[in-house]
Design a protein around this ligand. Structure first.
Ligand SMILES: *Cc1c(COP(=O)(O)O)cnc(C)c1O
Length: 410
C-alpha cells in the first residue's frame, strides 16, 4: 500500500473534521504556510532593502490580507475594489501599489484621492496623469520589457504582443511625457508572467529596468513583479527563490552603485504566497464507469476552480476518505453542464459515493476566480490559524443569487 505524502490535517486540525463541520465544497487555507512563504522570500532577498507587495488578486479574503500584513508584507492591487479591500484589512494607502490595466481615468483619480501610488500602464494614462497632477503626485511606470516568460501563453504578460505596460521601445516617448509634465517618477516596474521557473528571466527583466532607470533621477524603487512558480505535484520543480534572490540582489546592488543611490527592490508574489496554503475539499456525488473511463463527479466544478479548464493547470487531488488505500484511475469532473474536468487520468485511493476529495494548490486564483455559473453557490472559506479552524467566508445561500436581480411585474 503506498504511503501518501498528502496531508490529512493542517496544524493538527483534520481536513475531514473541517469538511464535516463546515460542509463541502470548502476552501481551506493554512495561515502558517503563508507566513513561512513570506519568511522564505525575506531570507532569499536579505542582502537588499526588500519590499514584498502581495498581488492580492490571487486571494483577497480580508483575513488573508491581515495575515500578510502581520508578516510584514505590503500589497499590489489591480482594481479600486482591491484597494478598498486592502484598506479594510488595515493597510495604509502608503502600503498599497495600484497596478491597473486600461481602467477609466476616474478610477485612477479615486486611487490618488485615497493616497495610493499608481503604476502608469500606458502613454495615454501618463498624459492624463500629467495633465491632472503634474509633479505633485509621485508615480511608477510599468514597462513592457518584451520578454517571453511564464508557464504558458495565457499567463505570459511581458512579451511584445502583450497589452500590459509601456513598450521599452517607446522609452523616448515616455521621457517626452515625463518632461512635458515634469512627472515625478519614483519607481519602474515589470511583471512578465506567472510560473516563471528560470531565475535568469528575472535577471533579464532586471537588466531592462537597470538600463531604463538611468533616465529617471528620482527613483526610490525598482519593482520586479511576481510570477514565482510553485510545486504542483511531487517532483515538480519550483522557482529557486534563493537563486533568484542571490543573482538579482547582486545585479541590483551593482546597479545602485552606478545609479549613485540605494533603492528599494520590490517583488509582487501572488501564487508563491498563497497557492500551496490552499485546499479545495469536495464530496464525491457519483462514480460513473463508462466503456473507456471511470469518472468521479463531485459537488464543485469550474465555477469554483477554473484553473484546470482555463490554463490547463494541474491540481493534485487525493481521496481524503481513503488516502492510503488501493488506487484506481479516474477523471475527476465537476457538476457544471459543460465539460469541466478538474483532474484527468489520476490514480487515487478507490472512491465511493460520499468520499471527500481534496485538491491541492487551491489558494491562488481559486476562490478569487470563482463564479455563480449554473446558478451554483460559491463555497465557504476556512482559515486554519493557531491550531484552530475559523470560518472566514460563509457559504453563499440561495437568496444571494437573487439579491441584485430586479424582478419586474410582468
Ligand atoms: C498577477 C500579478 C502578479 C502576481 O503573479 P503571480 O504569478 O501570482 O505571482 C504580480 N504583479 C502583477 C502586476 C500582477 O498582475
Amino acid at each position: 500500500m503506498p504511503v501518501s505524502q498528502n496531508p490529512i490535517s493542517i496544524q493538527g486540525v483534520s481536513l475531514e473534521s473541517i469538511s464535516r463541520k463546515f460542509g463541502t465544497p470548502v476552501y481551506v487555507y493554512d495561515g502558517e504556510k503563508i507566513i513561512s512563504q513570506i519568511e522564505t522570500l525575506k531570507q532569499a532577498f536579505s542582502e537588499v532593502p526588500l519590499k514584498i507587495k502581495y498581488a492580492t488578486k490571487a486571494l483577497t479574503n480580508v483575513n488573508i490580507l491581515k495575515l500578510v500584513k502581520r508578516a510584514g508584507a505590503e500589497v499590489d492591487a489591480v482594481s479600486i475594489e482591491e484597494i478598498k479591500i486592502c484598506m479594510e484589512a488595515g493597510f495604509s494607502a502608503a502600503e498599497i501599489m495600484y497596478t491597473p490595466s486600461g481602467v477609466n481615468f476616474r478610477e485612477v483619480q479615486e486611487a490618488v484621492e485615497l493616497g495610493v501610488m499608481v503604476n502608469l500602464d500606458s502613454i495615454s494614462l501618463m498624459e492624463d496623469f500629467g495633465a491632472a497632477y503634474g509633479n505633485s503626485i509621485p508615480a511608477c511606470i510599468r514597462i513592457n520589457p518584451h520578454i517571453m516568460a511564464g508557464g504558458n501563453e495565457k499567463i505570459s504578460v511581458g512579451h511584445v504582443q502583450s497589452k500590459f505596460g509601456i513598450s521599452i521601445e517607446q522609452l523616448t516617448d515616455i521621457l517626452v511625457i515625463v518632461k512635458k509634465f515634469d512627472l515625478k517618477i519614483v519607481g519602474l516596474h515589470i511583471h512578465t508572467g506567472s510560473d516563471i521557473l528560470d531565475a535568469e528571466i528575472f535577471l533579464k527583466g532586471g537588466n531592462v529596468l537597470f538600463e531604463a532607470a538611468t533616465n529617471f533621477p528620482d527613483l526610490r524603487f525598482l519593482d520586479f513583479g511576481g510570477g514565482f512558480k510553485v510545486t504542483y505535484k511531487e517532483g515538480d520543480p519550483s522557482t529557486d527563490v534563493h537563486e533568484v534572490g542571490r543573482i538579482v540582489s547582486e545585479a541590483f546592488q551593482q546597479f545602485c552603485t552606478k545609479y549613485g543611490r540605494k533603492l528599494e527592490l520590490w517583488i509582487e508574489p501572488g501564487k508563491f504566497l498563497v497557492s500551496e496554503s490552499g485546499y479545495l475539499i469536495v464530496e464525491s456525488n457519483v462514480v460513473k464507469n463508462t466503456p473507456q473511463l471511470t469518472f468521479v463527479g463531485v459537488d464543485s466544478g469550474l465555477n469554483h476552480l477554473i484553473r484546470p479548464m482555463m490554463y490547463d493547470a494541474f491540481h493534485d487531488v487525493y481521496n481524503l476518505s481513503n488516502i492510503d488505500g488501493d488506487q484506481e484511475t479516474y477523471n475527476v469532473v465537476g457538476y457544471i453542464c459543460e465539460t469541466d474536468t478538474l483532474a484527468k487520468n489520476r490514480k487515487i485511493g478507490k472512491v465511493k459515493k460520499g468520499d471527500f476529495l481534496v485538491f491541492k494548490n487551491a489558494g491562488a486564483y481559486g476562490f478569487s476566480m470563482a463564479s455563480n455559473y449554473n446558478s451554483r453557490l460559491r463555497p465557504a472559506e476556512v482559515l486554519v490559524w493557531e491550531g484552530k479552524a475559523h470560518l472566514i467566508r460563509k457559504r453563499e445561500e440561495f437568496h444571494d443569487l437573487l439579491r441584485h436581480q430586479v424582478i419586474l411585474d410582468i
